[in-house]
Design a protein around this ligand. Structure first.
Ligand code: DSN
Length: 478
């Protein structure tokens, strides 16, 4: 594809939008400019390819397609069938899964589909069986009451939030925490690592219906073979949410015991993080759960987004190319170079390093909260997000951690030398920031003091670091 074609495509699209609402066209162009200028270290973000982005902006957006391929509730879905089938085929081949469901709009949606499929498969409820057999009209009020009672309060065991687990794994601010009776397993306070013996103990004591593995802020690999053995020993369904590290599975950096697909009964993911696709979700499973998973829409989801499924097909095709494996390995090499650079400069890292795409800095070593550190880094042109650390004394709002990840900068082409330079910039900002005080002079967890000259100098260095690695070099909007 020539660079010219990509520039023409995006320029023309903006021109058309500008003809109706110029402020939207301007905001789209400004977003590209902002992304080009910032040192993006948000572990869950990336840059999708021009082909992936362009596959989303079209008339597939106009089509309703509830149901699944070949079994729709609307007529005229033959082209939607084509892209949905292609996306599912690429997903199955890429991950070695027997079934792929590519409709979820996001990670939470994918998890809800998985929860529903597991409940529907596992919970003993005659009323549910009737409902599943499409005999809904035969259900009495008492049946419906029993169905709700039997589905409610099932048990889930997942990784605790402050150890890096995710809200959607049964935590109260999320619907999953209201649906399930949840317990969590943490990490070893000395090493920061998952202690599988403790997970085993918790599973034996709690006897969950679902054991969940997966994380959004744990900087290490998880041994899914051991987790499956634990699930089997208590008769739990083993679910893995690989949203953060799906790209590392796709790129065969995580193989054997660390590849969730052969070990889990069901795997969920987003498609836009390390996998570098469009915003969206996906579910992979074996034949036992496939039928329930395929009921995701309209059971759990609103109408599928065919334009996003088209983009998923494009991105998954890209991830099947040999160069994606090289990309995935470079994500981890970069994270390790960043971790090494921070450690050499005296930073404290949760677990002492990383073997995936993310690094979690405990900024209490710099005398800061996560919120202070996040804002000071942002002032200096470095985009990160604050995150709890295990047993965080500052809670989930202020936190004591900064989470950084390398998928996006690796897409731009930055390598080990630039990661070391990035570590220097982060360390400079954090070591020169001090906690501030509130209006009454009391210590504040949000206010901070950073010399604007330092922020400006770091911002300039960050911009210089990016100059040799233009974002979307094929796209010129001028
Ligand atoms: N919001 C994503 C993240 O940043 O990790 C996960 O939901």
């Amino acid at each position: 594809m020539s660079r010219n074609a990509e520039s023409t495509a995006f320029r023309s699209a903006l021109e058309v939008v500008r003809g109706v609402e110029p402020r939207v066209a301007d905001a789209i162009a400004a977003e590209l400019a902002d992304q080009r200028e910032s040192l993006k270290l948000i572990a869950s973000e990336n840059y999708a390819s021009p082909a992936t982005l362009l596959a989303m902006g079209n008339w597939f957006s106009d089509k309703y397609a509830e149901g699944t391929v070949g079994r729709r509730f609307y007529a005229g879905c033959q082209n939607v069938d084509t892209v949905e089938a292609l996306a599912a085929e690429h997903a199955r081949e890429l991950f070695g899964a027997s079934h792929a469901y590519v409709q979820p709009h996001s990670g939470i949606d994918a998890n809800l589909v998985a929860f529903w499929a597991i409940l529907a498969d596992r919970v003993e409820s005659p009323a549910l069986r009737k409902a599943q057999a499409r005999q809904v009209n035969d259900l009495t009020e008492a049946d419906w009451f029993a169905l709700r009672r039997e589905l409610g309060n099932q048990r889930m065991l997942g990784m605790s939030l402050d150890a890096g687990g995710h809200l959607t794994h049964g935590f109260r601010p999320n619907i999953s925490g209201k649906m399930f009776d949840q317990r969590s397993y943490g990490t070893d306070p000395a090493t920061g690592l998952i202690d599988y013996d403790r997970v085993d103990e918790a599973a034996r004591e709690f006897k969950p219906l679902i054991l969940v593995a997966g994380y959004s802020a744990y900087p290490r690999k998880v041994n899914f073979r051991i987790m499956r053995e634990i699930a089997d020993s208590v008769g739990a369904t083993f679910m893995v949410d690989m949203a953060h590290f799906a790209g590392l599975v796709a790129g065969k950096v995580f193989t054997g015991d660390f590849d969730p697909v052969p070990h889990a009964h069901i795997v969920t993911t987003t498609t836009h993080k390390s996998l570098r696709g469009p915003r969206g979700g996906m579910v992979l499973c074996g034949p036992e759960l496939a039928d329930q998973v395929d009921r995701g829409c309209p059971m759990v989801l609103g109408g599928p987004l065919p334009h996003v499924m088209a983009a998923k097909a494009v991105a998954l095709a890209e991830a099947r190319r040999p160069d994606f494996a090289d990309y995935a390995q470079r994500i981890v090499d970069n994270a390790q170079a960043l971790a090494d650079g921070l450690l050499r400069r005296g930073a404290t890292l949760v677990t002492g390093g990383t073997d995936n795409h993310l690094v979690l800095i405990d900024v209490s070593g710099y005398g800061l909260t996560g919120r202070q550190a996040e804002q000071a880094l942002l002032d200096s042109g470095i985009v990160t997000n604050r995150n709890s650390v295990p047993q965080d004394p500052n809670g989930a709002w202020y936190t004591s951690g900064i989470r950084i990840g390398t998928p996006a900068l690796t897409t731009r082409g930055l390598g080990a030398a630039e990661m070391d330079a990035t570590a220097e910039l982060i360390h400079t900002v954090l070591s020169q920031t001090t906690p501030g005080t509130g209006p009454d002079g009391a210590p504040s967890k949000a206010k901070y003091v950073l010399d604007p000259a330092v922020a400006e100098s770091v911002g300039k260095q960050a911009a210089d670091l990016l100059t040799p690695f233009p974002l979307y070099p094929s796209v010129d909007l001028a």
